[in-house]
Structures are given as C-alpha cells and as structure tokens.
Design a protein around this ligand. Structure first.
Ligand code: GLN
Length: 315
C-alpha cells in the first residue's frame, strides 16, 4: 500500500478539513449568474490512492462545474492525439506571469501555456478539428468518463449557455491569436470556442475529480478501471505544466510553498496530484483575487506542511 496507515492519514485529512472550514475569506466567481449562485460555503475534499484506497468528506455528492480544471485534460487529449511537437507548434510551455485571461502572447506569437485561457482555447482547436462538434464533445466526455468513472461526470447546459453569452474576453483572445497566425490552418473559431465553453461546463463530484488526479498520479492509468487513459509521456508533460502553470499567476508561489502539480478553476475546483501516491480534489467556491479557491490553497499548504510525499507516506 502506498499509504500504509490510511486510517491515520484520513484522520489528518479530516483535521485539516475542519481547520480550513472556518475560513470564509474570498468571493464566489460572479461573472455568470450560474456561478454566482453556487453555495459559497460548500466544501468537499476527496482522496484516491493509486492502489484503490479512497476517502471523502464534506459536500461529496455535489457536482460542480470543472471550469479551468478542464485545461490539463484538453492538453493531454491533444498531446495523445498529435504528439508533443505538433501541439507545441501552437502553444508554449512557460508560465505567463499574467492573469488567466490576460490578452498576451509569447515572443513567438503563441499563447504562453495550455493552463491559461488562450492556451486552453488553442488546445480545444487541436482536438479532432476534422470531426463534427458532437463527435468532438463525445471524445472529451469519453475521456472524462474514463478518467473519473462514468457516474461521476455530467454537463451543465445553463453554465455553457451563459459562458458563451458573456465570453467577450475569450472571443477577444481567440481573435487576437488568429490575428497572430497562431491557430492551425482552417481552424473554425466559433466551433473551437464552443468546445472550450462546453469543456468548462462539464460537472464532476469531488470523489470523481480525486480519481482524475489519481489517474495523473498513476502515470495515466485510471486506478478505478486499470485502463490506460493517457500515455506516460503525455501524463508527465501535463504534470510538468501543472507544476509550473497550474494556478495562474500564483503558480510560482504555489510551487514554492506546496510543490505539487495541481490545477484550479473559477468554480472553486482544485485538484492536486501526488505522483506515485494519490490524487486529491478540493472544492470550495470562495476565490482569492487571483481566482484560486481560498480554502483549496490553504488546504494544499497544510497538506504539504504535514506530509513529505517522498514515496511512502509516513503518518
Ligand atoms: N470559463 C472560465 C473562462 O473561460 C474558466 C476560467 C477559469 O476557470 N479560470 O473565463
């Protein structure tokens, strides 16, 4: 067992959950009504190890939209299909140092990395562009089902419709990238943005997201089904960019203080990967000024302060 005394480990997780629950700092994202209505004090933590142990506490049955946590998954889908060279002809792999939706490109005229909006829109354009919109979305949903277990994943159409209606910034990013010749020839911008908004509107519960994180921790093999979802190279590349770029312009600080690959989203989603050990999902909608879950970041800090994840976890 990668976590030999799982009972003691879960007791520690529970202690951290209780400590962080008292924090009511931050505001729920309000750029669309569907997110503004989220339960501000909702809170869930879930853990799944790569060898099948699991634990969850809090609002573990609530499904929340995944928002930016779809970014590593779309990047991984694109990598698996096209390979690293073809993908990185269209998107960089350095932190941007700017906010997640900043209108900025790197010196080559490409989005800085796949973990911010511009790069995620680019990755959406790379997923099976020759297929119909329906087939492209099916590809994405099948991947989520394989990563998380079918029952854990859904889609929130109201979020999708309002994302699309209020998406001036994302349209601006897409046009800016097109002006700079960043997209592959023949890219359909409207279809690309629709797919990106649909991916942000996928829903999952915390145990499902912990399974996704555990799949990344397990080299791309889902510990629930033992099916390989992503190659080990794709998984490694994705974890590298989560480690350097996963929390927008807080990524450097998070790498310094926590040191684990993770990805956040404006719904208050956060998933953390402890390679070779487990995946952890936190959901708590109140966000800090940079768009990361306040409780999520605080939980991650406590986790890293309590355990040295150097292979075997000594509780
Ligand atoms: N739907 C959001 C957007 O495109 C996702 C961004 C995020 O989670 N940071 O702006």
């Amino acid at each position: 067992l990668v976590i030999p005394d799982f009972t003691a480990f879960c007791a520690e997780i529970t202690r951290m959950f209780d400590a962080v629950r008292d924090c009511r700092d931050g505001e729920v994202a309000a750029y669309i009504p569907q997110l503004a209505r989220a339960d501000a004090d909702g809170f869930a933590v879930a853990v799944r190890t790569i060898d099948g142990q699991r634990f969850a506490i809090g609002d573990t049955a609530t499904r929340y939209c995944v928002q930016s946590t779809c970014k590593p998954i779309n990047y991984a889908i694109a990598l698996d299909r096209l390979g690293v060279d073809a993908v990185h002809r269209h998107v960089g792999r350095e932190p941007s140092g700017h906010s997640f939706n900043a209108i900025t490109l790197n010196a080559a005229g490409l989005p800085h990395n796949p973990m911010i909006n511009a790069g995620a829109i680019m990755c959406a354009s790379l997923i099976a562009p020759e297929q119909s919109a329906a087939d492209r979305f099916d590809t994405v949903m099948q991947t989520w089902g394989a990563l998380a277990g079918e029952g854990a994943v859904g889609f929130d159409n109201a979020v999708f419709l309002s994302e699309r209606d209020t998406a001036d910034r994302n349209f601006a990013l897409a046009y800016f990238m097109r002006e700079n010749g960043a997209f592959p020839d023949g890219t359909d911008l409207k279809a690309t943005l629709d797919l990106y908004f649909q991916c942000c509107s996928i829903t999952v519960d915390a145990p499902g997201m912990a399974t996704i994180a555990a799949t990344f921790a397990n080299g791309g093999v889902c510990p629930l089904s033992n099916d390989r979802v992503f190659t080990s190279d794709t998984t490694k590349n994705c974890l590298s960019l989560m480690a350097s770029c996963g929390l927008y312009d807080f990524s450097g600080e998070f790498a310094f203080t926590v040191g684990l690959p993770a990805k956040s989203g404006v719904s208050g989603a956060l998933f953390i990967t402890i390679p070779g050990v487990c995946g952890i999902a936190v959901w708590s909608p109140r966000l800090d000024a940079l768009g990361n879950s306040v409780r999520g970041v605080e939980f991650a800090r406590r986790l890293a302060g309590r355990f040295a994840f150097d292979g075997l976890v000594d509780t």
